[in-house]
Write a protein of this length. Structure first.
Length: 157
């Protein structure tokens, strides 16, 4: 899991100035490895601080590069890690916003687009996976509830 973390040029991406070059990949690895509720909660908060400001509810453009890795966690991680990833996605979709310096970012076509729009577009591509988690009767109750909550947020956007 998360085999391609090293292929992302993390240090060249706009992110909090307190980050080191390994802050974001380390936070993703810690999230994916969470095996208890306490580890997952810590990984959740650490991740949100590495992509922005958890207290202010903001994120930087680096968040875009983390979304495929969060998808990997949803698909293959242990229950606590998966639930923390769902919680992170809910935070990003429901209450977080781009840092004021990065409301508009360059997209892959060279144009400028709202960062929030790009984040939400990627999350919409996860709708089928999230729906599957919400409806999976073999999944634990918390996973199903978080996935349902995330679907509700995505439908309201």
């Amino acid at each position: 899991m998360l085999e391609h973390l090293e292929s992302v040029p993390w240090s060249s991406l706009a992110q909090p100035s307190t980050n080191t070059p390994s802050s974001v990949p380390d936070a993703l690895l810690r999230l994916a490895a969470a095996e208890s509720e306490a580890e997952a909660r810590e990984a959740h908060h650490r991740f949100l601080f590495t992509i922005g400001n958890n207290h202010a509810g903001t994120y930087f453009p680096v968040v875009l590069q983390t979304l495929p890795f969060l998808e990997e966690v949803l698909r293959g991680a242990a229950i606590h890690a998966r639930n923390a990833a769902l919680d992170i996605l809910i935070d990003l979709a429901a209450s977080f916003a781009p840092d004021a310096s990065y409301e508009l970012v360059d997209d892959e076509t060279g144009g400028r687009r709202p960062l929030r729009e790009l984040v939400m577009e990627h999350m919409q591509t996860l709708s089928d996976l999230i729906r599957m988690l919400a409806l999976d009767i073999s999944a634990d109750y918390t996973t199903r509830r978080l996935a349902s909550d995330l679907l509700d947020v995505l439908q309201d956007r």
